[in-house]
Design a protein around this ligand. Sequence first.
Ligand code: GLA
Length: 510
Amino acid sequence: MMQKKLDQRRTLATAASSAVALCFCLMLAAVPGYGQGLAGRWVSIGRTLDNGEQQKSILELKQSGNELTGAMKTLGFTVEVKGTATGNHFELFVPEWGQQKPVLVGDLVNGELHAVERGRRNIVAKPATPGDDLPTVSYIEPPPLHNVPYNGLAKTPPMGWNSWNLFAGRIDDQTVRTMADAMVSSGMRDAGYIYVNIDDTWEGVRDAQGNLQSNHKFPDMKALAEYVHSKGLKLGIYSSPGPRTCAGYPASYGHEEQDAKTFAAWGIDYLKYDWCSAGSIYKPASLQPVYQKMGDALQSTGRPIVYSLCEYGMGSVEKWGPEVGGNLWRTTGDIRDEWSSMIANVEKQVPTAPYAGPGHWNDPDMLEIGNGHMTDDEYRTHMSLWALVASPLLAGNDIRTMSDVTKSILMNKEVIAIDQDSLGKQASPVKNGELETWVKPLADGSVAVGVVNLGAVATEATVNARDLQLSGKVKKARDLWAHKDVKFKDGAYAATVPSHGVLLLKVSAK
Ligand code: GLA
């Protein structure tokens, strides 16, 4: 074991970016004030944990002319920044997260940095004092590799609901209970959505024995699990292999077995394990053993717990996910409730297609259906594509208040059946102009075919039977959104697909 300062490690993650970004309770503030530019060491105070401990972030900046370089640091997380200063105004990017949008934008005001992080969070950072250091973290060598046996779960892609897309940090016990009620009353549970997953921000502090407790938003996790179970549902939870979660809460680093036991004792049925600050501790080559460590820990509890790896597709996770006991793994950065993000995430599935199958699934992230920033056609396309690529179906909207259209999309049983098909094959796309066709072979010898219109105008799409690799001529074809049978004529079926809409058929052969 060796001691290392966190800031000696650099995060690897390219795609991790969006993840970590959300939580990087960045704190800025710079060096002594106005006139000296932005160079210096700035500290901002972020979240206060349940025991009163204040989380600090440090921003270290150098300035040369109007160019800024430096690093942002929180416990367990360090990332390089670059940017520009125009007078007292500054914009900072994290090069490894991509240069499209600045991560921090702000101004030097009376010797403080007043900034907005990722367009969401207001931050004030003051000049750091010599005492403003982040705690050091001991490096723990990851274990040697071995195969973790399959836990027998997730024979079809997991279905449920997750708190993050809609609630982020605003999730609490009462909201989870009312959501569980709504999963039943809306018909979601009976449509197959079984897991109610609490994402980040439930974590409290460790007790004297090192046991992780839930925070004040979740007064009794065991009682909550009992409640969720009493509804015929299962409860999921979230942690990270690093010292902090993406949102800056305590995570499982150095406590993997203990946390797995705690989760099992609470009655947890699903764990999402999010890389986040582990990127500042471990080298990229350690992804597999680090995930294996929690895979082993979960299995040694004896409780069946679905294991969801969340490391944004780094290190070709699809190739080793099953070996660490994983049932699913994220293959992309975070989805946003917008067309381009949804399409980009699903198109990244192409290289991962051969690796999906019963017990182990590629995960292009949770659903945004019903969250309000896509059209109904776009949400139908979202649902269709997630089903075609055999993705986990984790709704991310407010189940308690969803509209009839949202219900008809999330609970389209014919589309769910494509996702849940026991063969577990993942479709890949073929592009023809603005039309993209995805074909998924199904267990009964039929196929699901989806034609997505990526263009801005309605376009006629033709599905040719010869492209479907059927064993004979078309016997039956059904439009899974119109809920009606359709006829192939001379080996083809044509229909108009609206802009960003989809034609989704199930076709079987004679
Ligand atoms: C990362 C993950 C998200 C969510 C947040 C929580 O960004 O990719 O799905 O879990 O962390 O902080």
